[in-house]
Design a protein around this ligand. Structure first.
Ligand code: NOJ
Length: 555
């Protein structure tokens, strides 16, 4: 059996969709989205072509970091529902061909977690060593790299003992001490618990921070912990994956897939470097930065995979760009100071950054789906939701899903003042951007996304294939191909605002090969020099399936 004939490695051709239960759909009118609401919209996700649902943290939380501050690793936030409701979501999703993965947030807990409460009460608490303490004052002038201006440094003094505890993030998120075997056992138990409820893996939060060994602790290699988690995960469930958040340059990311490319650690990682290069390319109307990034990705073991994305729930970070490159993107896409945050990121969504230009928005998403790897969407991207610029920092993009044209977007029946967040009020308000209208309109962005997901799903080479950039001489156009044993697809994207006359050759294809446009069915035969010529409109794009004589491929 050829390896790509199997569906074992489902994540290599998945369509991932990330959502926060609290902003998706409120079923009981309290203003907060909930699991029952989500369960009732699984069919919506299925028609969109989603095959993997990533649930952001739904655990009990004081909610001071959008749920990434957990007080019980085994619980469900009562505002969102119960374990029973969660199981209904997982079962319904599975029934519609959608796997569910959940956030694993174990670098830290909330300071209200009973472990930390106990640890704080007394240095002799059995939980004291679950956290990282120091008795001497931290060095002066320490910085908090993650939340500059919001958190002072990474050590906070705890009054009772006079010792300092470590927190890579906010002071209310004390770091767990992974050098303590009891902590590692709890992490494994947490993994085992959610797997038992039927999930298919985890989005692992803040992996490089998680693997930081506390100063002075005895732990040979922190990557051993990641290997242990992976081994344990796979013992319990062969289909489960670890999708890691590792925002580091490629050279450093490689180690998180497993030392020596052995594939024993994370199954997937988000491609932060590629995402940032993508925006630089958009601004410059030049694919070169993106092409350079993709070409410099480390080789992966066959089971491993990149998750490509254009937006997530945090700021759009540009921290891996050089200062002048970041400034270029800021100037073009976030000209106002209050559209930027932490000196490194943008608080807007893609459509507003692109001034709502439908040609450019579609080109960007077409490209996303043809990048080598697995596409990951943030809820609302499929309808072109904008941000609520009145909300602070990261919150701007965490507004309720816009289902219909009502003021609250059909998200909730609660009075507006009780909504967990307010939708945008401008040209991106629910009146202008919503699911119901777009479902009825075949020319809508939502229908375009359905085309992208369905074409992506019938083109496993996009997830599996070997990446190659095809030479041509039209400036501002990216032509790349993905080739696997199932076949080959060539993708063409015009980054510029002018039409591009294009010619390229596929010299190793046999005589009689035709390129079939998967988005509009046109057929373009290669000539006897295996060349093809056509003109792409401004911001145009094509997905060209290589159809060889007698290869029998139907789609
Ligand atoms: C990464 C998450 O995406 C972000 O929202 C959170 O603040 C930090 N990790 C801390 O958990």
């Amino acid at each position: 059996m050829r390896i790509t004939d199997t569906s074992d490695l489902w994540w290599k051709s998945a369509v991932i969709y990330c959502l926060d239960v609290e902003t998706f759909l409120d079923s009981n009118g309290d203003g907060v989205g909930d699991l029952q609401g989500l369960a009732s919209r699984i069919d919506y996700l299925a028609q969109l072509g989603v095959t993997c649902l990533w649930l952001m943290p739904f655990y009990p939380t004081p909610d001071r970091d959008d749920g990434y501050d957990v007080t019980d690793f085994y619980g469900v936030d009562p505002r969102l529902g119960t374990h029973g409701d969660l199981v209904e979501v997982i079962r319904t999703a599975r029934d519609r061909g959608i796997r569910v993965i959940v956030d694993l947030v174990v670098n830290h807990t909330s300071d209200r977690h009973p472990w930390f409460q106990s640890a704080k009460r007394s240095p002799s608490s059995p939980y004291r060593d679950f956290y990282v303490w120091r008795s001497d004052p931290p060095p002066k002038g320490q910085k908090n790299e993650v939340f500059p201006g919001e958190a002072d440094g990474i050590w906070t003094r705890e009054d009772k003992s006079g010792e300092w505890y470590m927190h890579s993030f906010y002071p209310h998120q004390p770091d767990l001490n992974i050098a303590n075997p009891a902590v590692r056992d709890e992490i494994a138990k947490t993994v085992g618990f959610w797997l038992q409820l039927g999930i298919s893996g985890f989005r692992v939060d803040a992996v490089p921070f998680l693997l930081e060994v506390p100063e002075g602790a005895e732990m040979a290699d922190p990557h051993d912990m990641l290997r242990d988690i992976r081994r344990f995960l796979q013992r319990r469930s062969s289909e489960a994956v670890l999708l890691g958040e590792v925002n580091l340059p490629y050279e450093q990311q490689a180690a998180y897939f497993g030392a020596g490319n052995d594939g024993q650690e994370l199954t997937m990682q988000f491609d932060f470097a590629g995402m940032q290069a993508f925006y630089l390319s958009l601004v410059r109307q030049d694919p070169a930065p993106l092409a350079a990034a993709l070409s410099s990705r480390p080789a992966l073991p066959v089971e491993a995979q990149w998750a490509n994305f254009l937006r997530n729930h945090d700021e759009l970070t540009l921290d891996q760009l050089a200062d002048d490159e970041r400034q270029e993107v800021f100037d073009a896409f976030a000209p106002e100071e209050d559209q930027r945050v932490y000196g490194r990121g943008i608080t807007r969504r893609l459509p507003t950054m692109l001034d709502g230009d439908p040609r450019r928005i579609r080109m960007a998403y077409s490209l996303l789906f043809t990048l080598p790897g697995t596409p990951a969407l943030f809820y609302g991207e499929e309808i072109g939701m904008g941000e609520n610029a009145d909300l602070d920092k990261r919150h701007a993009v965490r507004t309720p899903m816009q289902w219909s044209a009502e003021r609250d977007g059909g998200f909730s029946t609660a009075p507006p003042s009780r909504l967990v967040a307010q939708p945008p009020g401008d040209g991106y308000s629910p009146l202008h951007v919503n699911v119901a209208d777009q479902l009825e309109d075949r020319g809508s962005l939502l229908h375009f996304f359905r085309d992208l997901t369905s074409r992506y799903r019938i083109s496993p080479e996009l997830g599996w294939g070997e990446f190659e950039i095809i030479d041509h001489d039209a400036p501002g156009v990216l032509v790349h191909s993905l080739r696997a044993d199932v076949g080959r697809t060539v993708a063409v994207h015009n980054f510029t605002d002018v039409p591009a006359a294009l010619a390229f050759a596929l010299p190793d294809e046999p005589e009689g090969t035709t390129l079939v446009d998967l988005l509009d069915s046109e057929r373009l035969p290669l000539d006897d020099r295996r060349r093809v010529e056509f003109t792409l409109p401004a911001y145009g794009y094509r997905w060209l399936r290589v159809s060889r004589p007698g290869d029998g491929r139907v789609t």
